[in-house]
Design a protein around this ligand. Structure first.
Ligand code: F6P
Length: 620
């Protein structure tokens, strides 16, 4: 530890003993210092030019103040990216969530291209996307299958959704998974000078360690879009201990819900005996903060989709679909064709409902194909289609088809129209991180005549919407889903409006932009890489090792100033100018530190003893 207490002590005491020498002395006092810190103009803090997020924030003046991202040059990394074209279908909730963030924040977003490479490292090609850029990577063919199909989607995916029966027994994917993370980290090396890295989803759990091994020391956060299961479930993943340890290389781990966060904390306790203290886990590396950030949507943009023009082909498709429901009630389900989505149970619910209440409602099930190279997905598609054919044969007539089913993907604008026309939104996954379809369905409703949301209690969205709002069901029990749909179909208008209003208020009060701004503000607190126990309190506020030379300059200038005879006004004036500039050099980083200290352990903080004014309070 640097010891400068003596110098500072002397400087400060000397300075106070010369009070009255000149009027400048007042400005060197402790109280005046605090004032100066508050007065530092914003521009000084935000060197490096205009922050695009501020422009957005002022355009959104009516929005809550939380919707403001810190000024940071961000790198976003995920396996899947977004199309950045409103007429193209969104491939996933992750892509839908990150597209507006990148467009607004000026981030660089790295993700996998559709092409496979030979593993040769190439310079990143950045393509403009709104304020930001995308950099697509040709992931190496040799490891792609092991990384994506085997380990990510045949092992991690089912276990993260607590469906270990769907897990493949193959274990060979882990090496490829690690190699691929390593490849992606090396590709990110070109971006090492940006301010922070934000990594997404289970494909990239160990990426932070790989980035650090390459010497990239920027704050690195991770957000999990899927659920996190209980410890006994996670244990079924080969190499789960190594994997979880590697996650503690991140500075910030974000989860969708309290349930996921608590399961993760329980896993750390069970496997490593690690406890989280107020959401902070301390390891040899430093600290990892754990927090919940429930993902949202952009409701205003969704409203705009309702008015957006569709391509002629899509318009034609939508019109013919809506025509087939003319005059009759219909429910809508929109899911990737994935066994976690519970589509088979939903179809069985319709089977039971139509047996009890023939012809009461039909279902429009949109289910774009997904991960077709994974056996479980192929099998699931067959099961769903057989079940749908059975219901249609059993309950359909010449004029009426109970279930309309398509694997076609639709643009967000087309979906918005379909959501609005549907009387019931059925979102019944067996497990889901959040499920943005639930929020999109609500956002698309007519306030005067809204539809009803039937929601799985195991979707993350059920932590946001309670039973006075959505009709919550156990997605494993078709009879519960059938009852809820029947209740929704017969629900009086005033109850529908009341439930919808309450959900809509929540959607508007915490949008996707609040979500990203909240996350990035937390990540920004990690910018100071010095662990909390290496902070000092030196009278002017908390400081760290890196700021010590600035303190020393300030102390030396102050000493020199105090040593000059007050009678020598010219010299005194010049020395004062030196003190002032040394002070200014220190003030900006020092203020930055004060703003970003988030967790000083009690013993460290109590060194100050609340005195705050005392110099050299810490002995090291
Ligand atoms: O939201 C979970 C997720 O796995 C995302 O990471 C992914 O982009 C999306 O579902 C769709 O899956 P895939 O990228 O495998 O098609």
């Amino acid at each position: 530890m640097v010891r400068i207490h003596d110098t500072l002590d002397t400087a400060w005491l000397d300075s106070s003993s010369t009070s009255g020498a000149t009027q400048h002395d007042e400005t060197l006092g402790q109280a005046a210092f605090a004032l100066h810190l508050d007065e530092i103009p914003l521009e000084q803090e935000q060197e490096g030019g205009a922050d695009p997020s501020h422009a957005v924030a002022s355009a959104d003046a009516e929005h809550r103040s939380v919707n403001q991202q810190p000024d940071m040059k961000l790198v976003v990394i995920s396996n899947r990216g977004a199309p950045f074209d409103p007429n193209k279908p969104q491939t996933s909730g992750l892509a839908a969530a990150l597209e507006p963030v990148v467009e607004r924040s000026g981030a660089v977003w790295m993700f996998s291209s559709e092409n496979r490479g030979d593993g040769t490292e190439r310079p990143l090609l950045l393509v403009k996307a709104g304020e930001g850029h995308v950099a697509e990577l040709d992931l190496p063919a040799a490891h792609y299958r092991g990384y994506y199909r085997d380990y990510s989607n045949s092992i991690l995916w089912p276990v993260l959704h607590s469906l270990s029966d769907r897990m493949s027994r193959a274990e060979e994917g882990y090496d490829s998974y690690r190699q691929m993370n390593n490849f992606i980290a090396r590709a990110a090396f070109d971006l090492r000078d940006r301010d922070a890295f934000w990594v997404h989803d289970y494909h990239l759990l160990p990426l932070a360690g790989d980035l650090q091994n390459l010497g990239i020391e920027r704050p690195t956060g991770f957000f999990l879009h899927t659920p996190w299961p209980t410890p006994d479930m996670m244990e079924r993943v080969p190499n789960y201990r190594e994997l979880m340890k590697s996650m503690l290389e991140y500075d910030l781990l974000g989860f969708q819900t309290n349930r996921d966060l608590n399961n993760f904390v329980a896993s750390l306790r069970t496997y490593f005996g690690l406890e989280s203290n107020d959401g902070v886990v301390t390891t040899e590396r430093g600290q990892t903060r754990l927090q919940k950030f429930p993902i949202g949507i952009d409701p205003r943009q969704f409203a705009e989709y309702l008015a957006a023009e569709l391509s002629p082909a899509e318009q034609e498709k939508i019109s013919s679909l809506l025509q087939s429901f003319e005059g009759a009630k219909f429910a809508i389900g929109v899911d990737r064709l994935d066994y976690t989505k519970g589509i088979d149970k939903r179809v069985e619910a319709f089977n039971q409902l139509l047996a009890a209440e023939p012809g009461s409602i039909s279902l429009l099930q949109i289910a774009p194909s997904s991960r077709a190279d994974v056996d479980e997905y192929r099998k699931y598609k067959e099961d769903v289609e057989n079940a749908i054919n059975h219901v249609n044969a059993e309950h359909g007539t010449e004029e009426w088809r109970p279930i309309h089913y398509t694997n076609d993907p639709f643009s967000q604008a087309a979906l918005a129209r379909l959501y609005r026309a549907a009387h019931v939104g059925v979102v019944t996954p067996l497990r889901d991180g959040m499920n943005l379809v639930a929020k999109e369905y609500v956002a698309a409703q007519d306030p005067k005549d809204p539809g009803v949301l039937v929601l799985s209690k195991f979707a993350g969205a059920a932590e946001d919407f309670n039973e006075d709002e959505a009709l919550l069901v156990d997605p494993n029990h078709p009879e519960e889903i059938a009852d809820a749909i029947s209740k929704a179909v017969n629900m009086p208008l005033d109850e529908r409006v009341k439930r919808w209003r309450s959900m809509m208020d929540k959607i508007v009060s915490y949008t996707i932009h609040d979500w990203s701004a909240d996350y990035l503000r937390e990540l920004d607190k990690s910018r100071i890489a010095v662990p909390a126990d290496q902070f000092h309190h030196l009278g002017l506020g908390w400081t760290n090792e890196a700021q010590m030379p600035l303190y020393q300059n300030y102390a030396a200038a102050l000493t020199a100033y105090n040593e000059i005879d007050p009678a020598d006004a010219t010299l005194k004036e010049a020395a004062y100018a030196d003190v002032k500039s040394a002070f200014e050099a220190l003030a900006v980083p020092l203020k930055h530190t004060q703003d970003r200290l988030w967790d000083l352990s009690a013993p460290t903080a109590s060194r100050d003893g609340g005195r705050g004014q005392e110099l050299g309070a810490r002995e090291d």
